[in-house]
Design a binder for this molecule. Structure first.
Ligand code: ATP
Length: 228
């Protein structure tokens, strides 16, 4: 049974339909890539999962229960941790305070977050707005982990970061995967995303047009669905 499953989900912004039939699944312990060109519905799919832009039709189940009709705070509490696009942290709180603010009982203590991102450990007393973009992204991931999510969702977590920092983030994702963390990842860098993914789903115009293993996403399909 999948940890998360979407079946034929539709969603709207007002009268404008953004999702026309999204289906995807994340199994326990899997890293799943959600791909598609700009504006194809990746962020909206994440918003539908979290109840922020609720699904109008279709089914969303998490850990075996339907969640499409639940309010966002209830869905989050079931164990979905989001690292949103644009790495939002509390800029007027320190690194330690940011982590403490999202902490929930579980194995992801502050010490464990710092073990994953040692750079954060050196900056626990620093205000978040004094961190580099990469460090803020690490903090955003740390905050999501501090909620001890059963599913971690990363929306463009490496966008706009320096190559060396991107490598740190991908290394952290590989470590999380090795530790059995279930992850749904949106990222534009296929060369880094595909090797870590167990399964891929590609969206086009708000609908799932490909589902399969990374190896099945041939160069021709990549060109067709993801090329610029
Ligand atoms: P990107 O890679 O650029 O982030 P995406 O695949 O995440 O793109 P979405 O942001 O989900 O795509 O957008 C899907 C569609 O919904 C697009 O046509 C977009 O213009 C539209 N859309 C997104 N946000 C809104 C909004 N707040 N109001 C109205 N339409 C929106």
């Amino acid at each position: 049974m999948s940890l998360l499953a979407l079946e034929d989900v539709t969603a709207f912004y007002g009268a404008s339909q953004a999702l026309h039939g999204v289906s995807l699944a994340v199994g326990e312990g899997e890293v799943v890539a959600l791909m598609g060109r700009n504006g194809m519905g990746k962020t909206t799919t994440i918003r539908a999962i979290l109840g922020l832009t609720p699904a109008r039709t279709g089914r969303i189940t998490f850990a075996g229960r339907p969640i499409a009709a639940l309010p966002p705070h209830r869905i989050a509490r079931l164990g979905i941790g989001l690292v949103p696009e644009g790495r939002r942290c509390f800029s007027n709180l320190t690194v330690a305070e940011n982590l403490a603010a999202s902490a929930r009982k579980g194995e992801w203590t502050m010490a464990r977050v710092v073990d994953l991102f040692p750079r954060l450990g050196e900056r626990l007393g620093q205000y978040a707005d004094t961190l580099s973009g990469g460090e803020q992204q690490m903090l955003a991931i740390g905050r999501a982990l501090a909620t001890n999510p059963r599913l971690l969702i990363l929306d463009e977590a490496t966008e706009g970061l320096a190559p060396v920092i991107r490598q740190d983030i991908w290394a952290a994702i590989r470590r999380l995967k090795a530790g059995g963390q279930s992850i749904l990842v949106v990222d534009k860098t296929l060369a880094e995303l595909l090797p870590v993914a167990d399964r891929c789903f590609v969206l086009e115009k708000g609908a799932t047009v490909f589902a399969g293993r990374p190896g099945e996403l041939t160069p021709a399909l990549q060109d067709r669905y993801l090329g610029v």
